[in-house]
Write a new protein. Structure first.
Length: 443
């Protein structure tokens, strides 16, 4: 057994109640999103200020103690919790300041998507984020950030305009050109992002469409989707999921961020998604993006067991649809889902070397999310995810979405940043030569 670190030196900088050394204490406060994660830190420090973060980073470095950073703890691989080390919990650094004139938002490192969208929504603005309100903004954006506004405004990373970062020696810097480039897709591998600045956009409301089709119509519906040209304002997410009675279904979900009247029109692009087949349910309504993200978050609560794989494909071909349909027909848990994220529009018009995020050609990100309530059927669910991942491998592009790659994705990690890998490793060596920070996998 490794003895717990002596944290007495930290008590000169922080209040005792900020330093948690009891598993009983911190497990009640920092439940990982993935309940299957078993590794636990020796110490959790609940940082409330940037100075707190600097003190913990400097202390961990001086003692040679492994360090991890937890924004909202949503990483499915559990990298927010460093087994036997010190975890910096940023949840209290969740401030949001919105300037409606310059259309900029400044967020603390522990801010969630829901908190950012609620704050921007008060001004009739939106930020480019993902779809689940409980996910941390900084973790999402620094790793890329697919989302419902990406076709019109690019990835979340493309909207990241500045950052304040605590480096491995405890110093605080404002990201320069190199470091900001790396943070826009290279993840939290260079320091602790304690503050980030984002462009935000005037979209007072969105039009959301939710259409459910029987699994037997998946081939027809996805074929017709593949043949349809969509404007940048329309984001379409498809997903295989189970209905309330466990029946496998195909979801076609739309987010329209253009003129609301066009989005609501019966002959408009959102209602057209209900005419791809014979739906079992179809709803179209105007709402806030914050409300949409909150509803999605309810379906992905903290504490369930999670196994996740991802593959990027040029298009959802008939062969891929056959694989997805066949595998989902025998999914072991009704909580599991396979999501097909669209990537195109403005996000695909960014030069590949403009940010660390390297895959800029139009594609579909296939996200395989196995969810189950407890450890009783873990082997069966993990086997299903691995089998589906292997079946999709022959159709996939090299690499994958690094924000979602686990440490076992050894065939994807070397190619996950494309031609940007060499520059990214050089910046890593410059800012963190001792490898203190390990977030999403670097090649």
């Amino acid at each position: 057994m490794v003895p717990p670190p002596d944290v007495s030196a930290l008590k000169a900088h922080l209040r005792p109640e900020q330093i948690l050394t009891s598993a009983t204490e911190f497990e009640a406060l920092i439940t990982p999103w993935n309940g299957a994660i078993t590794h636990r830190p020796a110490v959790v420090v609940r940082c409330e200020t940037v100075t707190d973060v600097q003190a913990v980073v400097a202390f961990a470095g001086s003692q040679g103690i492994p360090l991890s950073v937890r924004g909202r703890g949503h990483d499915w691989a559990g990298r927010a919790l460093r087994d036997g080390g010190i975890t910096i919990d940023l949840a209290a650094l969740n401030s949001v300041r919105v300037d409606p004139v310059t259309r900029q938002a400044v967020v603390g490192g522990g801010t969630s998507i829901g908190e950012l969208l609620s704050a921007t929504g008060e001004h009739g603005l939106v930020a480019v984020t993902g779809t689940v309100a409980s996910v941390g903004v900084v973790g999402l954006a620094t790793g890329g950030g697919y989302g419902p506004l990406s076709g019109r405004y690019g990835l979340a990373a493309d909207n990241l305009t500045g950052a304040d970062v605590v480096l491995a020696d405890g110093s605080l810097v404002t990201a320069d050109d190199d470091l900001l480039w790396a943070l826009r897709g290279g993840g939290g591998n260079f320091g602790v992002v304690v503050s980030a600045r984002f462009d935000v956009h005037r979209v007072p409301s969105i039009v959301a469409g939710t259409v459910m089709y029987p699994l037997t119509q998946a081939a027809q519906v996805l074929s017709r989707l593949r043949e349809t040209e969509f404007p940048d304002e329309l984001y379409v997410l498809s997903a295989f999921l189970s209905g309330p009675d466990g029946t496998p279904l195909l979801l076609v979900s739309a987010t329209w961020c253009g003129d609301a009247a066009t989005g609501l029109a019966e002959d408009g692009p959102v209602h057209a998604l209900a005419r791809l087949g014979t739906p079992v349910m179809a709803e179209v309504a105007e709402q806030s993006l914050a409300g949409s993200a909150a509803a999605m978050s309810a379906g992905f609560p903290y504490g369930r067991h999670v196994d996740l794989r991802t593959r990027s494909v040029p298009e959802v071909s008939d062969e891929i649809v056959d694989v997805l349909t066949e595998h989902f027909a025998r999914v072991p848990s009704p909580l599991s889902t396979v999501a097909l994220h669209a990537f195109g529009g403005a996000a695909a018009r960014v030069a590949p070397d403009a940010t660390a995020f390297g895959l800029r050609t139009p594609h579909r990100l296939i996200e395989m999310i196995s969810l189950w309530p407890d450890a009783s059927r873990s082997a069966e669910n993990r086997r299903w995810t691995a089998d589906l991942d292997e079946a999709l491998r022959p159709f996939a592009l090299p690499g994958g979405y690094a924000n979602l790659l686990g440490p076992g994705a050894t065939d994807q990690i070397p190619f996950s940043f494309g031609a940007n890998a060499t520059r990214l490793r050089s910046i890593k060596e410059k800012y963190d030569p001792r490898g203190v920070f390990t977030a999403i996998p670097l090649p």
